[in-house]
Design a binder for this molecule. Sequence first.
Ligand code: NDP
Length: 370
Amino acid sequence: MNSRRDFIQTLSLGLGAATLTDLTPAVSAPFLQKAPADKQLRVALMGLGGYANIVARGMKECKTAKLVGIVTGTPSKIPEWKQKYGIEDKNVYNYENLNEIKNNPDIDIVYVITPNSLHHKHVLQVAAAGKHVICEKPVADNAKQAREMIAACEKAGVKFYIGYRLHFEPHTKELIRMREAGEFGKIMHVNNYAGFQIGDPTQWRLKKALAGGGAVMDVGVYSTNGARYCTGEEPVWVTAQESKTDPVKFKDVDETVTFQLGFPSGIIANCGCTYGFNHVEMLRLMGDKGWAEMNPAFGYGPIRGTTHKGEIKQPDVNHQAYQLDGIADAILNGKPDPNVTGAEGLKDMLVIDAIYESLRKNGAKVFINK
Ligand code: NDP
């Protein structure tokens, strides 16, 4: 770890840690004025690990979303959370009594921040309890599960969002705006790489049963989602290659994977993701009239980007606060859903399924089966 910036980047791509608290950027002024109590989205966090801690701290900056509840399997965490965030006893649940949340009128939405392979089960439980749900990325282990989650939320009449915080982040939004406005011309090529060097060899991220996969599942989602928002298209085919430098540590999951996404217009995006090395969060877009480069592109910020027109000048914000307030605004004010719905999670999962199928088939071209 060489600098404060390296530290932020490494943690921010997946390894949440308590020490990040003082390093998140300031939130811009408009978000500091709180909405009245009857106009707030009341949120319960499920799974009080590294990232839930970061979300909870970010939510202190929220205007319209408010942390009011927790779901945890670790009773010893409860006193600290109650004290830090003013959580009332009636809003504290565990994984066994979660269904009782349906009788609690003071919780509107549950944010699932548990290990990847538990997302499917937990989202189905929340939907059955009749609460809106946000689920962390990756949405599930595979597209089949993602479809079941979407169907369950539709049946229950609840909203289903994925924790794609970058869709609320001003630099990323400006890049998307410029692409949609045609400022880059016809998009010709995209390059995205995301990753970090993973530590503790015993953690759940290295166990397929809890993680669903390795770097692809965790940070490949950023490259995939990024390629989709850089092109505005859905990939139709995938090829993928894996390199493994530590077959012991990565015996269960993938370490470094490069993949190519073919789009209907003929563009090919060259992407990659890794658990093997640091300083990897780069996004590059090339059009016939202009270009954009973001680096760092995927962490908690500050996000930095340059285009053929110069630096992307946007405020540095608290990603989690903006994400939760953006979702609150959509739900409470009936605004159109942000681009973070379960359907968006499914689109990324279809690509991830195809990446793993290509790896199983020694890099063969796999067509995405919608
Ligand atoms: P952690 O391991 O730090 O926390 C996971 C928490 O889930 C645990 O603390 C625990 O909370 C709960 N849990 C329930 N069952 C299990 C189990 N069998 N094994 C381990 N934990 C369990 O993980 P992270 O917070 O880093 O990641 C959680 C999710 O958030 C992942 O899906 C990850 O991809 C995503 N994430 C997203 C980020 C983003 O920027 N969008 C950044 C980091 C992570 P408790 O004790 O309260 O039950």
